[in-house]
Design a binder for this molecule. Structure first.
Ligand code: SF4
Length: 335
């Protein structure tokens, strides 16, 4: 490696062939590891994984698994969440540089400052946050249950909602709450799925269904636009991963527009090969997600790298905010 290599250049040079798959399986057995892959991973990573799903569903599978090691093929905050829920297990991410622009849009320090400006406010954070931000949070939420979580807070209490501004705007509109303050964060990938584009694609294909996956921060701008009436409401299906796959098998539509990270198309095409699934935005691909390459996974299993650590006191506080979320409503779909 030279000093000029892009710091986000993924590990490469390995082909995902049968020998690779066999070696990955052998090393996973040797390490007593369960392999988990997020829906937005590369198809070959999804194929080799023991389980594919959204971040929270995977964290729960990780916690209930007998395996002593979790290899989390996703981005860093997801692996951290698995560690928070499974503090006694070894959690590996094949490339720790796989971050998330949405999670990075608020730090624990910024959140502490914001809280100081609104004493007594309840902090609601989307799951796309670091462990340190979760530790400063009262209740976590997913986009599936964000409205329920906010509605569970007494109406006169101020709410600080972070980090996704689109999800925050959606929640504010649905709850009609004036005392909800929204942090101006966003996912760089899905800032690209904009209103005119979504409306144009839907108008060009009026018989197509529009599937919007509410996890990962990826579709929250689409969620917002659907609520604004930018696309016909009856065509819009806001679905968790599992429900999206079920809907793909059940829909009468010949084509479906998918407003989320393009990795989801792999699972959908497998579920319903006769349907023409198209991305609303082909460029909606997360470079962080795609850093988990076949080479990175092999290295992870060989070297036991990169291990994810969360300080025990931070993990304990973060766990409380995740538990409160689970107590309030359905946090969203699984696989
Ligand atoms: S797609 Fe966006 S929200 Fe999802 S991991 Fe990538 S940067 Fe984060």
């Amino acid at each position: 490696m030279t000093a000029h290599v892009d710091e986000l250049t993924p590990y490469g040079g390995v082909t995902a062939d049968a020998a690779w798959a066999e070696e990955v399986r052998r090393l996973a057995r040797e390490r007593d590891a369960v392999l988990l892959a997020h829906n937005y991973q590369l198809p070959e990573i999804q194929e080799i994984a023991d389980h594919t799903g959204d971040s929270l569903a995977l964290s729960r599978i990780a916690a209930s698994s007998d395996a002593s090691t979790i290899v989390f093929c996703g981005v860093h905050f997801m692996a951290e969440t698995a560690k928070i829920l499974s503090p006694d297990k070894t959690v590996l991410i094949p490339d720790a540089r796989a971050g998330c622009s949405l999670a990075d849009s608020i730090t624990a320090e910024q959140l502490r400052e914001w809280k100081a400006q609104h004493p007594g406010a309840v902090v609601v954070s989307y799951v796309n946050t670091t462990a340190e931000v979760k530790a400063e949070t009262d209740i976590c939420c997913t986009s599936s249950n964000a409205v329920d979580v906010v509605a569970s807070i007494p109406p006169e209490t101020e709410v600080l909602f972070c980090p996704d501004q689109f999800l925050g705007a959606h929640v504010k509109r649905v709850t009609g709450r004036d005392n909800l303050h929204i942090w101006a964060g966003e996912c760089h990938v899905h800032a690209g799925i904009n209103g005119p584009e979504l409306a144009e694609r839907a108008a060009a294909d009026p018989d197509a269904d529009l599937f919007i996956h509410p996890e990962c921060g990826c579709a929250t701008s689409a969620l917002y636009l659907a609520g604004e009436g930018a696309v016909p409401a009856e065509k819009v299906k806001i679905l968790s991963t599992g429900d999206m796959l079920t809907a793909a098998r059940q829909t009468q539509a010949e084509s479906v527009l998918v407003a989320t990270e393009v990795g989801m198309l792999h699972q959908l095409r497998k579920a319903a090969p006769e349907i023409d699934f198209r991305a609303v935005n082909d460029r909606a691909s997360c470079r962080y997600m795609k850093m988990i390459t076949p080479a990175a996974l092999l290295r992870s299993l060989r070297e036991g790298a990169d291990e994810v650590h969360v300080a025990p006191e931070t993990a304990a506080k973060a766990r409380d905010s995740v538990r409160r979320m689970v107590e309030i409503g359905t946090p969203g779909g699984g696989e």
